[in-house]
Design a protein around this ligand. Structure first.
Ligand code: MN
Length: 208
């Protein structure tokens, strides 16, 4: 057997650990990236190795349990990788700070009526996640002739997700993302987070 054994890697952040302050502290970002994200990458790789090992030895595994765990950890890895990319230091954003740009701005107006309406829907989605999860802005190309933007409320990293959704923007509302900075005030974290959204990058993801 010639099994492809590429593993997942923890990506470097496109900015320094201090650079998202004052909206996200150095302490939170460091722990979030080097401990939490790293744990998902390591767990996903360990599970893959288990699956490959069983394949090579031609033995059975408890696939129900192992694939559930793999889905959780791979989704956790991919969402965090995206989360780091769609943020930028407020000082680097300048003109594009605070609102969408380009074709994506037009599409948001078309599908949501206005950016303000989108922002309310997205923020409420993030606020109301039960326990740990994410708010996601996705593009569903199968919807209608030109595709549609949609908001998805994901529990954990992988529950309530559905296929054929390209993730454009995501917001982590697990407590590890904000508790040290905002205590239980998730709403304040969400409000502040809009200041570090890299809309140029989100627009690029939409165009591709
Ligand atoms: Mn997280």
């Amino acid at each position: 057997m010639n099994i492809n054994k590429d593993l997942y890697n923890l990506p470097k952040l496109p900015y320094g650990y201090k650079d998202l302050e004052p909206y996200m502290s150095e302490e939170v970002l460091t722990l979030h990236h080097t401990k939490h994200h790293a744990a998902y990458v390591n767990a996903a790789n360990a599970l893959l190795e288990k699956i490959w090992d069983a394949r090579e030895k031609d033995v059975e595994l408890d696939y129900k349990s192992i694939l559930k765990s793999l889905s959780f950890n791979v989704a956790g890895h991919i969402l965090h990788e995206t989360f780091w990319k769609i943020m930028a230091p407020a000082s680097a954003l300048r003109a594009s700070a605070g609102k969408p740009v380009g074709e994506l701005a037009e599409k948001i107006n078309k599908d949501f009526g206005s950016f303000e309406r989108f922002k309310i829907e997205f923020s409420e989605t993030a606020k109301s996640v039960e326990g740990s999860g994410w708010a996601i802005l996705a593009f569903h190309k199968e919807h209608g002739d030109n595709g549609a933007l949609s908001i998805i409320q994901v529990e954990k990293h992988n529950v309530n997700f559905y296929p054929e959704q390209k993730i454009l923007l995501c917001l982590d509302v697990w407590e590890h993302a904000y508790y040290l900075d905002y205590k239980n005030d998730r709403a304040k974290f969400i409000e502040n987070w809009w200041n570090i959204v890299n809309w140029e990058e989100v627009n690029k993801r939409f165009q591709s």
